[in-house]
Write a protein that binds this ligand. Structure first.
Ligand code: ZN
Length: 257
């Protein structure tokens, strides 16, 4: 009989964190690194983009807090992701809360409108938590990358650093769960940060092994907490959505060749 083991459960996530801790990595939020990058030690930056289902973000935040681990949760300010009570709880657990911005897209690529919107949304989030870093949301249907706003304005004027633009990540190995596997390039159209990717690391189990063997000194691990579910219903729902999204993205890649 073939056993079907589900990946992308909260349990799988916890196992990755435990493997990193056991291997001696220092786990930290983005803000700590951007303000004080270090030369020695093994570093694992933990970043979570909260696009929807903020309850999942809280579950991830609790798993980490139980292990005295702090990480960064980037929240969108639109849709179901914007849940002030949950954002506050996550911040109270000691985690960093950042702004997951998409204002260039929302303002139909008009820079003046987009920057006004950015400021308003940042202020809205700052009423709940101290916001010191930001990262773009890769709006899947957008014509331009949301970071293009910074060709017209300087984010530092707003007292924030950008998770992608404020650091040269070329020394880092970058893992993202986009595409529901960690070695995906086709399905990961907008999430690359200019860091390296490790091949042959496809599943959470592979990632655990990668960290246990201390294969690289600087690692960034970026998740979408909505993807990590213990309950079978939510897990299957997200599994289906990912399958469809991956085939659409593959189609876009073929068309743009
Ligand atoms: Zn996003």
């Amino acid at each position: 009989m073939v056993m079907f083991v589900r990946d992308f459960t909260l349990q799988a996530y916890a196992s990755v964190i435990d493997a990193a801790l056991k291997a001696g990595y220092d786990l930290m939020p983005v803000v700590d690194w951007l303000h004080e990058p270090r030369k020695d030690g093994k570093i694992l930056l933990l970043r979570h983009d909260v696009d929807r289902w903020p309850q999942n973000a809280l579950a991830v935040a609790e798993i980490e807090a139980r292990r005295n681990v702090r990480s960064t949760f980037y929240f969108r300010t639109v849709g179901s992701a914007f849940n002030p009570a949950i954002i506050r709880q996550i911040s109270d657990l000691g985690h960093e809360v950042g702004y997951h911005y998409e204002d260039f897209y929302t303002a139909a690529y008009v820079p003046e409108r987009a920057i006004a919107l950015f400021e308003r949304n940042l202020t809205k989030l700052r009423r709940i938590a101290d916001i010191r870093t930001i990262v773009m949301h890769g709006s899947p249907l957008s014509r331009y990358n949301n970071m293009e706003l910074w060709k017209h304005y300087d984010f530092q004027k707003f007292g924030v650093l950008d998770c992608i633009l404020s650091y040269d990540w070329s020394d880092f190995v970058f893992f993202t769960d986009t595409g529901r596997r960690f070695d995906s390039s086709v399905t990961n159209l907008r999430d690359s940060i200019g860091a390296r990717t490790a091949h042959n690391v496809r599943t959470s189990r592979d990632l655990q092994e990668y960290l246990s063997e201390r294969r690289h000194q600087y690692v960034q691990f970026s998740t979408h907490p909505e993807r990590w579910n213990d309950g079978l219903f939510r897990w299957s729902q997200k599994w289906m959505v990912d399958r469809i999204a991956n085939s659409i993205k593959r189609g876009i890649c073929l068309l743009s060749r």
